[in-house]
Design a binder for this molecule. Structure first.
Ligand code: ZN
Length: 283
């Protein structure tokens, strides 16, 4: 038998709903250990129509729920469009994700816009309902991919940071300009997939536009970390094959890092994500 999930709002009773008219605002409190300024302390929140209107450093006696009170999560590395890939992903990481012929890229490029948008929308709604309200998306498929993502996210109370990627594995000044105009920056797959000169031009254009340049690094194999850092990336993701010495090199400065032990095509958030610095703030 299916047991319906109880939600926080299910626990609200008449006493917690102020006023009796159809226009009455839904007001309730939650209480417990509140995470604030890097530590837990006793506290409570008052929520009015879904918006936190007050934070108190004392428990509330009329709380509709008690427990840990955490800020919403941020997923620092998503490929939301991958939600359209429904095939069982078998093969090596390279066979699945490496552009341009990896399985997911073939599925993405063949998919209709409406299918990508619908699948991405479902993914984003799931994200929202499981407590993640911001995400950094590495969107493939050029400007078309950006359009798909924006259409999917329309009206959802999420805070995305969106990086575009050229539609082909080569530098095109006009496309780079269009991507940067329509996104928060450019994110490429591994430097191994790119001509180093073309990658450098993309990084240069992103910096010139005051936007982020992000890249996957040492995901499938260890890469030369100095060649990666020479591009002055704002954000590196994965580094699964990086050595301690590589990480020490990366750790100098204000570079953002996202660690993940999961395939990018999966829908779960990374097990560990660390935002050291705003990716758009590195010159
Ligand atoms: Zn990725």
């Amino acid at each position: 038998m299916d047991v319906p999930k109880r939600t926080l709002l299910d626990n609200c009773n008449e006493e917690n709903v102020k006023g009796g008219s159809p226009d009455a605002r839904l007001v309730y409190r939650v209480s417990g250990w509140l995470y604030e300024d890097g530590r837990f302390r006793e506290g409570s929140l008052t929520v009015e129509d879904g918006i936190v209107v007050s934070v108190r450093r004392q428990k509330a006696s009329d709380a509709v729920a008690t427990g840990l009170i955490l800020p919403a999560f941020a997923n620092a590395h998503t490929h939301a469009g991958d939600a359209v890939v429904r095939e069982d992903l078998k093969g090596t990481l390279e066979e699945i994700v490496a552009p341009p012929h990896g399985l997911k890229h073939r599925v993405l490029s063949a998919a209709k816009d409406e299918d990508v948008i619908a699948a991405t929308r479902a993914y984003l709604e799931d994200m929202l309902h499981t407590g993640t309200t911001s995400f950094w998306d590495f969107r493939e498929m050029g400007v078309r991919g950006l359009r798909q993502l924006y259409a999917a996210a329309l009206g959802l109370p999420l805070r995305p940071l969106v990086f575009g990627r050229p539609s082909d594995m080569k530098y095109d000044a006009r496309e780079a300009k269009a991507l940067l105009h329509a996104s928060d920056g450019i994110a490429i797959s591994s430097l191994l997939d790119w001509d180093a000169g073309d990658a450098a031009k993309l990084a240069r254009d992103a910096r010139a536009a005051g936007k982020a340049f992000a890249m996957h690094a040492s995901e499938r194999v260890r890469e030369d970390i100095d060649e990666v850092l020479d591009l002055k990336p704002s954000l590196l993701v994965h580094l699964a094959e990086a050595t301690d010495a590589d990480l020490a090199r990366v750790g100098v400065g204000d570079l953002g890092l996202t660690f993940s032990d999961q395939l990018p095509a999966r829908s779960s958030p990374p097990v560990a994500a660390r935002r050291i610095h705003s990716p758009a703030s590195r010159a």
